[in-house]
Design a protein around this ligand. Structure first.
Ligand SMILES: [Zn+2]
Length: 234
């Protein structure tokens, strides 16, 4: 990628307080910019460039240095949390649909239950005061998914045979990403050494891409299975 010459970047101490969420990333902060200035930052090196190019939360990472300051930042973060919540919700519904394919009463109840739980989790993530509180907000959703996986593993649920391991890898990768992000590793071990590449947030982005690929690998055969499966009559 050919980089443009960008503006003078700031260090951690001179960046605005709402962007000082990772004290182990010491340099590379963009100065407050207009909307078009934020867009221009797609083409020069700064400490959010890797995050912009590795993920779906592009808007949050691209516009977080907007001159509107912390009110704009709060809205972008809320949008980002809505995205995470939507992936967690819409990703799990087909899994529940297939797992309970032969349970006509339990299936709609579980789908509605998970959706309500997701609404609560989303609200808690939106109002969470810290990164670790945001991770915990999604914990109940993860717990509900584990319950579904457990039921399936014990033969109480149904679905394509190879899909369950994909779902387990999906949640393991997502959890690992969340923990790496909260732990601020590896930059905690070498403050300033991972400012541009290889810091915890970028690792989380890559792990969550892997997680979504596992979801895809599991859900496609699962839905095909459910479409052709005939439930035993009782
Ligand atoms: Zn991100």
């Amino acid at each position: 990628m050919a980089f443009l010459a960008g503006p003078r970047l700031l260090d951690w101490a001179s960046s605005p307080p709402h962007l000082q969420f990772n004290k182990f990333v010491l340099t590379g902060y963009r100065p407050a910019s207009s909307g078009s200035g934020c867009l221009r930052s797609l083409f020069y090196l700064h400490n959010e460039l890797g995050n912009i190019y590795t993920h779906g939360s592009v808007l949050y990472h691209l516009f977080m240095c907007h001159q509107g300051g912390s009110p704009v930042y709060a809205r972008l973060l809320a949008l980002d949390m809505c995205g995470v919540c939507l992936v967690n919700t819409l990703g799990a519904l087909p899994i529940i649909h297939c797992t309970l394919a032969c349970r006509p009463w339990l299936r709609p109840a579980a789908l509605v239950g998970y959706t309500v739980l997701s609404g609560v989790a989303g609200w808690r993530a939106l109002t969470a005061p810290s990164t670790s509180a945001r991770l915990r907000a999604f914990g109940w959703q993860a717990g509900a998914r584990l319950l579904v996986f457990g039921a399936r593993g014990m033969g109480l649920g149904s679905g394509a045979p190879g899909s369950l391991p994909c779902y387990l890898r999906m949640d393991a990768l997502a959890l690992l990403g969340g923990l790496v992000n909260v732990a601020r590793l590896p930059e905690r071990w070498g403050p300033g050494r991972f400012d541009y590449w290889g810091n915890s947030h970028q690792i989380m982005h890559l792990l969550s891409v892997g997680s979504i690929l596992q979801l895809h690998a599991g859900v496609v055969p699962d839905l095909l299975w459910a479409a052709h499966h005939a439930c035993p009559l009782d």
